[in-house]
Design a protein around this ligand. Structure first.
Ligand SMILES: Cc1ncc(COP(=O)(O)O)c(C=O)c1O
Length: 386
């Protein structure tokens, strides 16, 4: 990075720079065929919007099919793709969605959801005035619960996209770069999209870089109809230099050997923990080193306020035990995405910290519930329960 900073610290996004070409070549090699094109951006949400702009450009159409429950960023378009539109309070977002021409569908999270979900997608498609430009999905849902989508569902989307000549976009901003075992999650899912959005881990967080990988077909179509779209810092040369170092390190034997050994240990620890705490952890899911512990509803009962407070408390208990957890209080999940430099001892330590925090919260919540019952009793009968 410092060498790049002294050689060429900045160049506008559309200029050919050695580090840009090198990083694009590396990404194409890692993604394997049929990806032959890369367009670089900066943030993950920007890569998503770039992919959609490319799809619109190449197809000449504007509608986008997206799925409720996926997360694609918080830009004015990317933020709307996965948002919930069903609530009446979301009237403004409903209008924005129409303006942005997003047709949102439900997501099939398990194999039994596939048939009915596909039926609704077909119905929704029949209401569109024209075929869509793109279908966008997270092949493994990240922040909204860590669901590995059924392969049949992704394959149906593949068929729909091919039949309509639309771009099938996989958002792999979270799952990219060996987080789920393979370099990209799609490589383990028997479904090849037309475009893959990546970001985050491409530079291991040192400096933002993101982008879109394009299959040969769509790269050629884009070359015939180029798009001038981007911000000042897209494909920043110093970020490209960082990506080159990071990709060399991640794909090298040391990290690859470590990942092969660590993932089974992490899964084993997660299953053992779930077995010891069946009343608190109801499911372990995910892929590779992206795991989620689904917490039981009974931990906080039906009270939504208590559920949110519980998740926030779990976050601070984990922090007190030395763990930084990206917990969304609205989702009852503990996400586990350890850094790839972690060793087995630290992984075990982390699971012990999770166990202690969950035990603490179970005790705190039962005391809280007891106190509430006591108070309710006092206010209705004036008599304290023994
Ligand atoms: C799947 C996915 N897409 C897009 C984004 C947005 O990325 P950024 O925050 O870099 O804009 C995220 C961020 O968490 C993500 O998980």
């Amino acid at each position: 990075m410092s060498r790049q900073a002294t050689q060429l610290s900045y160049a506008s996004p559309n200029v050919e720079v050695e580090a840009r070409i090198a990083v694009a070549d590396r990404l194409v090699t890692l993604s394997e065929r049929p990806f032959t094109g890369v367009v670089l951006a900066s943030g993950g949400g920007e890569a998503v919007e770039l992919a959609i702009a490319i799809a619109r450009r190449c197809t000449g159409r504007s509608w986008v099919i997206s799925f409720r429950g996926c997360y694609h960023g918080c830009g004015s378009l990317s933020g709307l793709l996965g948002a919930e539109f069903d609530e009446p309070v979301d009237a403004l977002r409903q209008i924005a969605r129409k303006r942005h021409r997003i047709m949102q569908c439900a997501l099939a999270r398990s194999s039994c959801d596939v048939k009915p979900t596909v039926k609704t997608i077909r119905e929704r498609l029949s209401h569109l005035p024209e075929a869509p430009a793109a279908i966008i999905v997270e092949p493994i849902v990240g922040v909204n619960g860590f669901y590995v989508l059924p392969r049949e569902f992704l394959q149906v989307l593949r068929k729909f996209a091919s039949a309509m000549d639309a771009v099938l976009i996989f958002d792999e901003v979270l799952t990219g770069f060996w987080r789920t075992g393979k370099c990209f999650a799609f490589q383990g899912l028997d479904c090849i999209p037309d475009a893959v959005c990546f970001g985050k881990a491409v530079t291991s967080g040192y400096i933002p870089l993101s982008g879109v990988l394009l299959s040969d077909k769509w790269r050629i179509r884009l070359a015939k109809n180029p798009l001038t779209w981007g911000t000042t810092n897209f494909a920043h040369p110093i970020a490209c230099a960082a990506a080159l170092c990071v990709l060399a390190e991640l794909s090298g034997p040391t990290i690859q050997r470590r990942l092969l050994g660590l993932a089974p240990v992490a899964w084993d620890l997660a299953y053992q923990l779930a077995k010891r705490m069946p009343d608190i952890i109801t499911e372990v899911r995910g892929a590779g080193l992206l795991l989620a512990l689904q917490l039981s509803q009974s931990l906080a009962g039906d009270d939504r306020g208590l559920r949110v407070a519980t998740m926030l408390r779990i976050r601070s208990l984990l922090y007190e035990h030395g763990l930084l957890a990206e917990i969304d209080p609205a989702i009852g999940v503990i996400p586990i995405a350890p850094p790839f430099v972690i060793d087995e001892d630290h992984l075990r330590l982390a699971f012990r910290a999770i166990e202690t925090s969950l035990k603490d919260i179970a005790v705190e919540n039962s005391v809280r519930r007891e106190n509430r019952t006591r108070k309710r009793y006092q206010s209705t009968s004036g008599v304290m329960p023994s």
